[in-house]
Design a protein around this ligand. Sequence first.
Ligand code: SF4
Length: 421
Amino acid sequence: MDIVASYRRVIDTPDMVQGSPEDISPTRFGKIVDLLKASGRTDCCVRGNEPTAHAEFERLLAIAEKGRIRVHVETCGLLTAEARRLLEDRPLPVILKLYRPSVYEPGQLEEVAAAIGAINAAYPDRLRVCAVIDDLMQPLDYIESFVGEVGARSVAFRIVCPKELDQLRAFTGDFVPVVTGLGTTGVRVSLECGLPPCVFSDADYGALAKLDCLPMRCLPQPGVLPDLRVFHCWSLISRATGNLGAFRQTGQALDFLFSTFADAQCDLRPFADCTACPSASSEACVGPCLALKLERIEEDVARLRTRVEDDATQEDLVQLGVRYWQLRKFSEARDCLVEARRGDPGNGGVHLMLGRVYHRLGDLAGMEEEYEKAARLSREPAPVLAELGRAFGAVGKAGKARKVLARLSALEAEAQSHQRV
Ligand code: SF4
């Protein structure tokens, strides 16, 4: 799990974020360490704009050491003398975020190389360079020379999301030779998310596979903010939600993040390339990054709202309801779908969507009524009833769930007897 220890910064970077409180309190940090221990975890990554700038960074390290949680420190490498001493004295894994050279003031990149080279020399092989790539048009030749200078044996590549697929496809022509060049010198190379399989040619994909360096899927890389809200990944930090204190295991936080974004994550409709893609159907890819999907969904909402305000068609209202639902704006989704239902009360699809929305709003009577209407209006009521049964089960209404599932069994028995006739 990633822990954002501090929003303090020493340079302005392209992946910089803002938030409050500026530092995580040692008490909250201790609670996270306890949760990690209770979950059987042994590691965490302490990060932020610059976590070593935390006013009590040494105390955080001591709390983690006491809890036997190994801290990986992600840093921009511009360190105070005190932070440098702390990292030189301890054998902690260090992740150095390397940006394009124009991000740094004159002399700063050399300062980073000197500090990080010394830290790596103190405990060799604990350094990973993470090349953070925000501008796909910039040359990448600085990466190899920096890695050689500091003696890193492991390099990860992180694309700052979201990026369009065609931009990424154009980028891989320059990118893959850098990755394979490093890989063939014995450096371990890895790709973080942001680069789905389709952006690579078959030859490039094969070259990366030989280095065991294949694209990761856009799945939660959970993290927690100083106020204990949890986030899906760094690119979606502004959508942090929930509270880590509500979970007894880190796995519950992961489940929560999955379910929070599942409706948007599963939606490949805005991306023409993805709808018939074998990588999607074989689950090798979950589509473009979630940050891009959410951006597209919000664009749709803006477009549909204008249309609905001018002269709403039934289709616009339903689509807007679905888009709100994907963004977990359930009250707005309900309002759109209720209006759509008024215009077309015999539309089973609208009743089904309303049933789902009432479920999320905790209105179980509304949920049941709408699912039942959807089942009555459908030529195939079984999947609708199965969903209603699952929905009752999910909210702890076991008796209701059993009754619905009994009706489902009766329907199946009836269908089988018709087939025999
Ligand atoms: S699902 Fe979409 S993003 Fe993923 S590999 Fe296929 S075309 Fe690319």
